[in-house]
Design a protein around this ligand. Structure first.
Ligand code: HEM
Length: 484
């Protein structure tokens, strides 16, 4: 058992804070990645604050993130406990918030067996191609609702993969419910969301108690989450009983030997993690791709020239073309780098006292990785605000952002291959048939702002753009029915 003298070694350096309240006022909630970057400049690659006894360690360097979270993963892989979001509402059952231990290992194993390799994800290529082709049709019909189409399509892809469920074109009950639950997730897991997260005795007061309104809200959100987890699961069980269940994450895991109650719980909740982890993130990256195409027309032209030369005008790109479209591959990497979807990662918690680079990191510390800075560090990426896929081509490519943007260690994103596949296909198919450009209103070009929104999952600020088919031939390609 390691016990360190807390006076020596010191905590990592950081903002000095105030008497009694310490660093309470130092914790940034709006664009925290920028404040963390300033701390990096001022205090070095590893800095620290203490909020009412909760130590928070901020890491601005890829090397330190790897040294801690990869190389010492046995003690740097826990998650924070959220009394309201995790315990009361129930998000603690979803992989993202599971404590490090056997249940996490089982959930990650489920992910690995179904979407853990490129080959495994390829089973769902057809589903992705069908749904992304539908996306092109929706955009052609209503181009001014691009961002809604991106969201609807990401939900449709994930629900087919997670539960083999085909969403309705309008007012689908699962998509509506999932949308609401994801907003509740974001609100419930944001730092400082509930007073009861820092004053735990409030959890115990009855609902009627003045100030305990959060308990009613938590109960309602708990019921929504349970429904989101149980209703699609029941759909799969019924379909399997009728012998008509298509291939999906859930049906694959339910096949085989009879499952214990614990196994069933794992399947149910890991399928929910697929939805929770996989829809909003992909939405943010695909929207960022359209934003980049609006702002960087030369990149768009090069990408289209590659597609025209390799695919020609008679068909849409498919996954089979991935190897022969290197510029599109680089463009997808650049979309992942240019817009940080999870700019400050998901916090890891330290399960044992540690000393790192001479600093004391007490048990229970939260380690926050400033992924945004790591992908915008001018020492690693020249002119980081420029959207430039060429940085990943040629003899000396810059660091592959996929080694950063998906996090670190034993909690690294388990959806990497699915995320890449969805973004790649949306980019390749869209560029084949559409021209994206700045919207024009009253004769004036609208130049979108690059101002990522704050939140655990960061979306580009909503923007306007014009999406038009490239040619009559492109319209025909979108409209044709392909037998996938
Ligand atoms: C552009 C897309 C995506 C990005 C940038 C991304 C990034 C991340 C990051 C940074 C983490 C935290 C890793 C850490 O704690 O160090 C994470 C965790 C996670 N991601 Fe993703 N992700 C993406 C897409 C997906 C998809 C498509 C899925 C599901 C199919 C998914 C499921 C998850 C889950 C379940 C976790 C929690 C893992 C754990 O706590 O052990 N993600 N992701």
């Amino acid at each position: 058992k390691q016990v360190f003298n807390k006076k020596n070694p010191p905590y990592p350096p950081g903002p000095p804070g105030w008497p009694i309240i310490g660093n309470v006022l130092d914790m940034p909630y709006i664009r925290p990645w920028l404040t963390f970057t300033e701390w990096g400049e001022k205090y070095g690659d590893i800095s620290h604050i203490n909020i009412l006894g909760q130590h928070i360690v901020v890491v601005n360097s890829v090397k330190i993130a790897m040294d801690m979270l990869d190389n010492k993963s046995t003690i740097y892989s826990d998650r924070p406990i959220l009394p309201v979001g995790g315990e009361l509402i129930g998000w603690k059952n979803v992989m993202t918030l599971l404590p490090y231990g056997d249940q996490l290992r089982r959930h990650r194993k489920n992910f690995h067996s179904v979407i853990g390799t490129r080959a495994a994800v390829a089973i769902y290529s057809q589903v992705e191609e069908i749904e992304t082709h539908q996306f092109l049709k929706r955009v052609l019909a209503k181009p001014d609702q691009l961002q809604a189409h991106v969201r609807h399509t990401a939900g449709a892809v994930i629900l087919r993969i997670s539960h083999g469920y085909e969403v309705k074109e309008n007012d689908d009950p699962f998509v509506g419910l999932a949308g609401r639950v994801l907003v509740q997730w974001s609100r419930a897991t944001a730092p400082g969301a509930f007073l009861a997260d820092v004053v735990p005795f409030l959890i115990k007061v009855p609902e009627w108690f003045p100030g305990a309104g959060f308990k009613r809200l938590a109960r309602e959100w708990h019921d929504n989450l349970e429904e989101l987890v149980c209703a699609p699961y029941k759909f799969v069980v019924d379909q399997m009983a009728a012998g008509i269940a298509p291939e999906s994450f859930t049906s694959n895991l339910l096949r085989g030997d009879s499952l214990s109650a614990e196994d069933e719980h794992d399947v149910k909740w890991s399928a929910a993690a697929l939805y929770a982890g996989g829809s909003d993130t992909t939405v943010a990256t695909i929207n960022a791709f359209f934003l980049a195409m609006t702002l960087f027309p030369d990149v768009q032209k090069k990408a289209q020239a590659e597609i025209d030369a390799v695919i020609g005008p008679d068909r849409l790109p498919s996954f089979a073309d991935q190897e022969s479209l290197p510029y599109i591959g680089a463009l997808v990497k650049e979309a992942l780098r240019w817009h940080s979807v999870i700019p400050t990662g998901f916090a890891h918690c330290v399960s044992k006292d540690d000393i790192h680079d001479g600093y004391y990191i007490p048990k229970g510390s939260m380690v926050v990785t400033n992924i945004w800075f790591m992908m915008n560090d001018p020492k690693r990426y020249a002119n980081p605000s420029q959207f430039n896929p060429e940085r990943f081509l040629g003899k000396e490519p810059e660091t592959d952002p996929r080694t950063i943007c998906f996090g670190f260690g034993r909690r690294i994103c388990p959806g990497i291959y699915l995320a890449e596949a969805s973004v790649w296909l949306s980019a390749a198919m869209s560029l084949a048939v559409f021209d994206v450009s700045k919207a024009v209103e009253n004769g004036i070009e609208i130049i979108p702002e690059v101002d990522p929104l704050s939140g655990t999952i960061s979306h580009p600020k909503p923007f306007k753009c014009s999406v038009k088919p490239r040619s009559p031939r492109a319209v025909a390609l979108i409209e044709q029915d392909v037998d996938y």
